[in-house]
Design a protein around this ligand. Structure first.
Ligand code: HEM
Length: 461
């Protein structure tokens, strides 16, 4: 086995790479790859070195061909207990087997009408000519959609601020300032995270205890209900919500049974993994459309032709080819999950270097997505690059917004359907303009965020 450790980018004597990384984590990755190549070792004060991988071949090795040598990091378990994102081995296999059918494409498409209804409710609050931060708007909307489809509950625009803040706070665990410090240091971000999980767990427990799915019909709009947890969404769902489906697994008498605690962990995990990610995809897509009027015109034209003024149905969505390519390109340029973390279970040799057991490594998705080895003019937004031939020729893992291998995103179909429905529903009635003189400034958590939001001028079409 190779004995050499991967090179480390130059840094300051005591703070090492921390200053450059904290100031601009994405620029740090670019500079570090330019200096050290596609595997490097980030040195941070107070914690073990972190290894960063920036080539699709390394991703393939970690996620597929040598998957047994790499495990999940402790962070996810600390944050989300025994949810699907964190568990490993037999427990993961059992949970995935149980949850997978709930995310099959055909089943997910049954949520289309609910997604349209939530989107309509949100833009009813907009006025022509005003500016809104689309990062926040999309986060609110995807939480409302997740709430409707996961819990069968309506989260009204403007309501439940505390709950929205709690869902938002889940990302704080992964703030770069906390990420660089040992887990026992109580940073403000970590304290916020703890408050948020507590609040969400309380909510989920109450929903589980009060769920009367089997016994009571929809309460409908305007019907008084003594419990705040019994407000089922009145839009008639073609598919029962996830909570209802998970409830049934408590009664299963085989390996697919989930305990109450596991269900609770699943629901908090889904709120975390399922709303902010899709919100980022949508926010960045609106930004790209607003800054590329030629692409925006084609997008609106397609909606007008295919939908002809009607709300999008599941069947229409397959015909929205331009929209689909725009989403694909947006997920390339701004992958909502910019890095995938893992921990080595044994000593491994990677790219001619040795990485010891028990070390954290990061697969830099955003770097590979913007690498000119795979994409001409990688920083240009060119949805038309996504031809069938281009995709066929692309090496495995040169495009990996949803990860890959057996731990690939279970919510992929859900997210892609939701992105299309929201874009189509809003894009039929509104267009957005970017009137800022500045560039978009990115600021990563576990998801890709901006420093100052995505303020867009709303125009009724
Ligand atoms: C554009 C939106 C989304 C993106 C970019 C995204 C990305 C990802 C990525 C990269 C992973 C792999 C993480 C790893 O290997 O450590 C993942 C896993 C996961 N995602 Fe997503 N995701 C999105 C939407 C969703 C949605 C809507 C849900 C649920 C409703 C969801 C639930 C999950 C779960 C539970 C896992 C863990 C799967 C497992 O380990 O078996 N995601 N996601």
């Amino acid at each position: 086995m190779a004995q050499q450790s991967p090179p480390s980018p130059s840094g300051y004597p005591i703070l090492k790479n921390a200053v450059h990384f904290a100031r601009d984590p994405f620029a740090f990755v670019e500079d570090a790859v330019a200096e050290c190549g596609d595997i490097y070792r980030m040195q941070l004060p107070g914690i073990d070195d972190v290894f960063v991988l920036a080539h699709p071949d390394h991703f393939n090795r970690v996620l597929v061909t040598d998957v047994g040598s790499f495990g999940k990091t402790e962070d996810y378990r600390r944050a989300f207990g025994n949810g699907l994102l964190s568990v490993e081995g037999q427990q993961w296999r059992r949970q995935r087997e149980m949850l997978q059918p709930l995310f099959y494409r055909d089943r997910i498409r049954g949520y289309t009408n609910q997604m349209v209804a939530c989107t309509n409710r949100r833009f009813e609050t907009w006025t022509d000519g005003e500016s809104r931060d689309m990062e926040t708007e999309m986060r609110d909307l995807t939480l409302e959609i997740l709430y409707a489809t996961l819990f069968g509950r309506r989260l009204a625009p403007g309501d439940d601020q505390e709950l929205r803040e709690a869902a938002d706070g889940l990302n704080e665990w992964f703030a770069p300032s906390s990420w660089m410090l040992p887990p026992w240091v109580p940073t403000p971000a970590r304290r916020r995270f703890k408050r948020s999980t507590k609040r969400l767990r309380r909510e989920v427990r109450a929903l589980l205890e009060n769920d009367n799915t089997e016994s009571s019909p929809n309460t409908g709009d305007g019907v008084e209900d003594p419990s705040p947890y019994n407000h089922r969404d009145p839009s008639d769902p073609a598919v029962p919500d996830l909570l209802t489906q998970l409830q049934r697994t408590r009664e299963a008498e085989d390996t697919t049974q989930l305990t109450t605690e596991e269900i609770e962990d699943q629901l908090v995990t889904m709120v975390f993994a399922g709303h902010e990610t899709t919100a980022a995809a949508l926010g960045f897509t609106w930004y790209l459309l607003a800054t590329h009027p030629d692409i925006r015109d084609r997008f609106h034209e397609e909606l007008d032709t295919v939908l002809d003024g009607n709300p999008p149905s599941a069947a229409d969505l397959d015909d929205l080819e331009v929209t689909e390519r725009i989403i694909t390109e947006s997920l390339r340029l701004f992958p909502p999950v910019h890095t995938i973390p893992r921990r080595t279970k044994t000593d491994v040799e990677l790219g001619g270097y040795r990485i010891p057991a028990g070390r954290e490594l990061h697969l830099s998705i955003i770097h590979v997505h913007r690498d000119e080895e795979f994409y001409d003019e990688p920083l240009a937004c060119r949805p038309d690059r996504w031809t069938e031939y281009f995709e066929e020729d692309l090496p495995d893992f040169a495009y990996a917004p949803f990860g890959g291998g057996r731990r690939t995103c279970i919510g992929r179909e859900f997210a892609l359907l939701e992105a299309k429905v929201v874009l189509a529903t809003i894009g039929q009635q509104y267009r957005f303009d970017w009137e800022q003189t500045r560039e978009l400034d990115l600021s990563p958590r576990v998801t890709t965020r901006t420093k100052d939001g995505i303020p867009l001028k709303i125009r009724r079409r």
